[in-house]
Ligand binder design. Structure first.
Ligand SMILES: [Zn+2]
Length: 352
């Protein structure tokens, strides 16, 4: 059962419009938050209408040569499913170790060699060693969730039962990504328009969509050959521009697989309680039944403030933030857990 606010928000989908900041264009938003302190958990981070994931498979050189700089230029991220035991990865390991993740990209586990697994010990090495490589490269808490992309290999090369695989995924805190079927660039989807149709479907349904890309067309350096299933640069750039435009309109949260998974999981297991609410301040509790060690992504909350509040200071633990109030509503990020959230009016507009 989804929590009350989550269900209420879902019921209101389509009634709240956000364009370039917090603009409450429909009276139903106010109706949803009838009293001072009333709070919704937004369906997706930033109250974007839908989520979209870009995934790049197999650690091809064209990823860091072409895709990563173009993503970073637009402030976008993607999940890169690496194979640290594969030749073209090892030859350029420095790029993955030192550069790609520092530009805001996230790594997924695609096994060490992409050659399959013939028994349980082999699978433990393929999956476990890839995980350890990612954990070594990218600083962060441990354990932490990592996305898992099952490598496409011949049937005879993958001899692991689903049960064994699931046990390994659980042991390594891996979350399986959605299927390749109907989501492969070049293979299933040829044009930027076809790929953006996926994004528009997600927006219409307030859901999540994704695209799985292999190689990207490489012009410089000219190696005289392209990576596997190379996506034309013109198509990739048009896709990225289209995604960014949808993000800037408030339609699309473009993120990595684990962040989307965490947000969904937390959103569906969190409840907001108003501990106190008056013209002087609002005190909220954002409880969540998901494992706090693995699920600590901030959720986006929307709270009705008291009339006359121009700005609100938001305090949770040691975190303090000051945000503008629009039409007696404030939208902000909060971490689920025991730390209460305090909102209080700030009398004068403070320039950051
Ligand atoms: Zn692959």
């Amino acid at each position: 059962m989804k929590p009350f606010w989550s269900r209420l928000f879902a019921a209101l989908a389509g009634t709240i419009s956000l364009l370039g900041g917090v603009i409450w264009s429909h009276p139903a938003a106010a109706e949803a938050l009838p009293t001072v302190g009333s709070t919704l958990i937004a369906r997706w981070q930033g109250d974007q209408k839908a989520a979209f994931l870009l995934m790049f498979d197999d650690g091809w050189p064209s990823h860091w040569q072409v895709a990563v700089p173009e993503l970073a230029r637009r402030g976008l991220t993607a999940t890169f499913y690496v194979n640290p035991g594969k030749g073209e990865y090892q030859k350029f390991a420095r790029e993955w170790e030192d550069r790609v993740w520092r530009q805001g990209m996230v790594y997924g586990n695609h096994t060490m060699t992409h050659k399959g697994a013939t028994n349980q010990a082999h699978a433990e090495w393929e999956i476990g060693e890839c995980n350890r490589a990612i954990l070594r490269m990218v600083p962060g808490p441990q354990p932490r969730l990592i996305s898992y992309g099952q490598p496409g290999v011949a049937r005879e090369a993958w001899k692991i039962s689903e049960e064994t695989l699931n046990a390994l995924l659980k042991q390594h805190h891996l979350i399986s990504r959605p299927t390749f079927v109907n989501h492969g660039a070049v293979y299933h989807l040829k044009t930027a328009a076809e790929m953006l149709t996926l994004a528009d479907r997600a927006i219409a349904q307030r859901g999540l969509e994704y695209l799985i890309i292999h190689g990207v067309e490489r012009l410089q350096p000219n190696w005289g050959y392209q990576d596997f299933w190379a996506l034309k640069q013109a198509i990739l750039f048009a896709l990225l521009d289209g995604l960014k435009q949808r993000h800037d309109q408030g339609d699309l949260w473009i993120t990595d697989h684990i962040s989307a998974h965490q947000y969904e999981t937390e959103r569906d297991t969190a409840t907001v309680r108003v501990l106190a609410a008056s013209a002087q301040g609002i005190r909220l509790e954002l409880a969540c039944t998901s494992d706090p060690q693995l699920y600590r992504l901030p959720l986006t909350l929307i709270t009705r403030t008291a009339p006359g509040w121009k700005q609100t200071r938001i305090i949770q633990g040691s975190q303090t933030n000051c945000l503008k109030v629009t039409d007696d509503m404030i939208r902000f990020e909060a971490v689920p857990g025991p730390l209460p959230i305090l909102l209080e009016p700030v009398p004068e507009v403070i320039q950051p």
